[in-house]
Design a protein around this ligand. Structure first.
Ligand SMILES: *Cc1c(COP(=O)(O)O)cnc(C)c1O
Length: 379
């Protein structure tokens, strides 16, 4: 018998409800403006994002994967990366991080995650550096900054380009300095990719993305490549793409960006309840640091018997998700990496469960979910 879902994982309409009137007004404004590509709505969004990330350049693009692809493509066009160059990547990530690397003819070198943070284990980076290593791609997975002094030191010492996948962590901060002037994830290294996929902490009405960078030359190349490769109208300096962010989406994102802190705070409140109230010893909770610069894109617990645990929760009305059951090196499209020995990554993929963390889940719901988890039968 199908169980009624009392605690859904999320409803996106709830997430946008507080901004409903503002969003409706912005959409009408764009409709009436007649300006449906580029223009002031896009510029305002880019300026708002750059200011929020404490970086000089932001470029709105079609989605998060394209943001990453455009960064690597621009480095290739500028001659600062070359086909076949090695990019150090986390083995525990969403497949899009790796797709951007291989799409540009670059070679991913998979590094295992830290068992506590689940992010790239920065202590293992040095050993993965070879004479062909040119870049490193930290992914701030689940909303936690993947950054420390080790990663900054290795990048400087080996002269590596640092491209961040910040799809899941907009608003998160590192607890030590980045390579430039910002501690915001996505602005710690040379260039960062942002996703505004509807479920992300700041979500568009559809796909959306952005690149943030400290590098003016890179920014100019990406601006051109996203627009057919043209630096001015009908003048193409690259064999470019069409990867622009629509003003309709940009106008909505500007509204939501102004509430970035509140949106992340909302997730932190739910995470704090799970952190204090889940006491079932069979459930491993995420690392909790008192400064809490984590933005909790997902609240990930780990359990040994995931199927049983999820079924128990669903039988008790709690919908969960899994991010992700199959790591990139185990995807059919990456059969060339299937033989890699990445036991920490495999173990994470086997045991992770994502609990409801969005506005859809009230604080009382979060307490009820914690109580249900604590009452789970052993075994
Ligand atoms: C969502 C996501 C992407 C891709 O972003 P899209 O906007 O969906 O293309 C890339 N990397 C990570 C880690 C993501 O979570």
């Amino acid at each position: 018998m199908a169980q009624q879902i009392k605690y859904p994982f999320s409803h996106l309409a709830d997430v946008n409800m507080p901004y409903r009137d503002e969003i409706a007004a912005a959409l009408l404004r764009v409709l009436d403006s007649g300006r449906y590509i580029g223009g002031p709505e896009l510029t305002e969004f880019e300026n708002t994002l750059a200011a929020a990330m404490h970086a000089p350049h932001a470029i709105g693009v079609t989605n998060g994967l394209d943001a990453l692809r455009l960064i690597f493509r621009a480095y290739l066009e500028l001659g600062r990366l070359h086909p076949g160059d090695e990019v150090i990547v986390p083995a525990n990530t969403y497949v899009a991080s790796i797709l951007a690397v291989t799409d540009n003819g670059l070679t991913p070198v998979f590094v295992e995650p830290d068992a506590v943070t689940l992010n790239l284990d920065t202590a293992r980076i040095e050993a993965a550096v070879t004479p062909r290593t040119r870049a490193i791609l930290p992914v701030h997975l689940y909303g936690r900054a993947c950054w420390d002094k080790t990663i900054a030191d290795v990048a400087r010492q080996h002269n590596l380009i640092v491209v961040e996948d910040n799809a899941q962590a907009i608003g998160a901060e590192a607890d030590c300095d980045g390579l430039f002037t910002s501690r915001n994830t996505g602005a710690l290294g040379h260039a960062g990719a942002f996703s505004f996929y509807p479920t992300k902490n700041i979500g568009a009405l559809g796909d959306g993305g952005a690149v943030v960078t400290h590098d003016a030359e890179l920014a100019a190349a990406i601006r051109a490549i996203r627009n057919y490769g043209s630096d001015r109208q009908y003048h193409n300096i690259y064999k470019g793409l069409n990867c622009r962010l629509d003003p309709m989406k940009a106008a909505v994102l500007t509204i939501k960006l102004k509430h970035l802190h509140e949106e992340n705070q909302l997730r932190r409140e739910r995470a704090a309840i799970y952190n204090t109230e889940i006491v079932n010893p069979a459930v491993t909770k995420p690392q909790w640091l008192p400064d809490n610069r984590h933005v909790w894109h997902q609240y990930i617990v780990r359990v040994d018997n995931r199927d049983t645990f999820r079924k128990y929760l669903l039988d008790n009305g709690v919908e969960t998700a899994v991010h992700y059951a199959t790591p990139p090196h185990r995807q059919p499209c990456y059969s060339e990496y299937a033989g890699l020995h990445l036991p920490a990554t495999d173990e994470i993929a086997r045991t992770v469960v994502s609990l409801p963390i969005t506005r859809t889940t009230s604080l009382d719901d979060a307490r009820a979910i914690a109580a249900i988890i604590n009452a789970a039968p052993r075994g």
